[in-house]
Design a protein around this ligand. Sequence first.
Ligand SMILES: NC(=O)c1ccc[n+]([C@@H]2O[C@H](COP(=O)([O-])OP(=O)(O)OC[C@H]3O[C@@H](n4cnc5c(N)ncnc54)[C@H](OP(=O)(O)O)[C@@H]3O)[C@@H](O)[C@H]2O)c1
Length: 328
Amino acid sequence: MHAFGITAYQQPLTRMEVAEPVVGPHDVLVDVEAAGLNHLDEKIRAGEFKAILPASLPLVLGHDVAGTVLQVGTDVRAFAVGDRVYGRPARPGTFAERVAVAEADLAPVPASLGMAEAAALPLVSLTAWQVLVERGRVQPGQKVLVHAGAGAVGSVAIQLAKHLGAHVATTASGDGLALVRELGADVVVDYRTQDFAAQLSGYDLVLDSLGGDNLTRSLGVLRPGGRAIGIAGPPDPAFARQAGLNPLLRLAVAGLSSKVRRQARRAGVSYEFLFMHASGEQLREITALVEAGTLRPPTVEAFDLGRTPEALAALAEGRVRGKAVVTR
Ligand SMILES: NC(=O)c1ccc[n+]([C@@H]2O[C@H](COP(=O)([O-])OP(=O)(O)OC[C@H]3O[C@@H](n4cnc5c(N)ncnc54)[C@H](OP(=O)(O)O)[C@@H]3O)[C@@H](O)[C@H]2O)c1
């Protein structure tokens, strides 16, 4: 079958012929109708993770899928042939005609969504869920700063934080300013003309998706004991442990975030890195929120599957408005 992947790091995404997926007892074979593109695909292509999370090449990329069930493994209980499913499989491979995914990583597509919209949701909505619910345990009345609110993660995070009852501030620019207000943000900071660090204080949680100086300055908006959860890095020792890295790599990874963790400690707050994980169970919660009208997916910019390399290049160069999705 046709697929898109890499044969070497830092080379362009290329079309390749690969074997049909092997369907294990707990797997569901999905006919891929739409696949979302994520910065993770570009970062893997560029070799950014090869020291920490090496992949065996050639590798089919793609971390989001929406499609119809073609076949189920002998032990699959939750899905049947013909079901509309979506998910973020634990391993990449959705830029292909078909993909085998563990049933535990899938959920039913929200009835109100088409396949392209559904494929825009899994990775970014699970990220927002894991920052705000699983890790952050956001409570009603808490103050949450969501950076890059007009982005794919940010737009879902604003809606979810509002649903959890939080007071939400966000950073955005240009057309994004109107979008984030529409999504429910209480305080909107135009990052091109205003300084969020000078305007905001007393926040319980910051979702940082930019890293660097943005992360460092975010520590200053937290109340004592507040938490900055970063998804753009730097990675922390807990991540290195979870990833099963050897002691030398663990030390190296810890070193990447030692400065910001020290700065956080001195300020009486904390910094932690989050690398999202697959979860069909959490995605079912997302499905329910979409069906209830509480959550809507990012706006989709659709490309034909054949244009996957072009779509990934557009994403990497910041030329996509909304969420890039390839469809068949
Ligand atoms: N660790 C994880 O598990 C995980 C999971 C998901 C994503 N991520 C990472 O999170 C980042 C965001 O992902 P995404 O899919 O949401 O990206 P995206 O959809 O491309 O969003 C990027 C957004 O960043 C905004 N932006 C750029 N500079 C900004 C600044 N200085 N202040 C505030 N906003 C700014 C842009 O707003 P304008 O258009 O208004 O300029 C744009 O809306 C990526 O680095 C991705 O790799 C990590």
